[in-house]
Design a protein around this ligand. Structure first.
Ligand SMILES: [Zn+2]
Length: 150
């Protein structure tokens, strides 16, 4: 698949405050920034075309920096956000599912970390608590016992 055929519209659906974005590495964040630039440019061109106006120039990777680094950073963002370098259609599907999910917090008592809406629906714990779901559950029971004795 050609890099030029890559769609970047997903990048516009993320907000800086989203847990997925906050979890990104510096390179991943840079990649998301580049991808959102491509997405905005593509949207402006589509809007102009539909309105019968002159099309803004197509954004080129070299407008943003070194083309190799720009594409590598965007790939990094995709891998960090979606777990792997998914195809356009797979990303579209994941984003559609994400839209249908309410933002929610880690199920561990006392933990208020927001969960990524990209995660599988069965995911209930944040990164810090996911490693030992059973442990977290024991932990919760302990808290309940403590609360009932005080
Ligand atoms: Zn947690």
């Amino acid at each position: 698949m050609s890099r030029r055929r890559r769609r970047h519209s997903w990048a516009l659906e993320f907000r800086r405050s989203d847990p997925e974005v906050r979890a990104l590495s510096v390179r991943g964040q840079t990649g998301l920034f580049y991808a959102s630039n491509f997405a905005r440019n593509a949207k402006e061109r589509t809007d102009a075309m539909l309105a019968g106006q002159e099309l803004p120039e197509r954004l080129d990777a070299s407008d943003l920096g070194s083309a190799i680094e720009v594409y590598a950073a965007i790939k990094q963002a995709r891998i960090e956000l979606f777990g792997k370098d998914l195809s356009n259609s797979a990303i579209a599907y994941r984003m559609q599912q994400r839209r249908g999910r309410e933002p929610c917090l880690c199920a561990d008592p006392g933990c208020f970390r927001p969960l990524t809406r990209l995660a599988h629906a069965s995911k209930r714990y944040c990164e810090g608590h996911a490693s030992g779901k059973a442990r977290a559950r024991r932990h919760r029971r302990l808290h309940v016992q403590q609360a009932s004795t005080t």
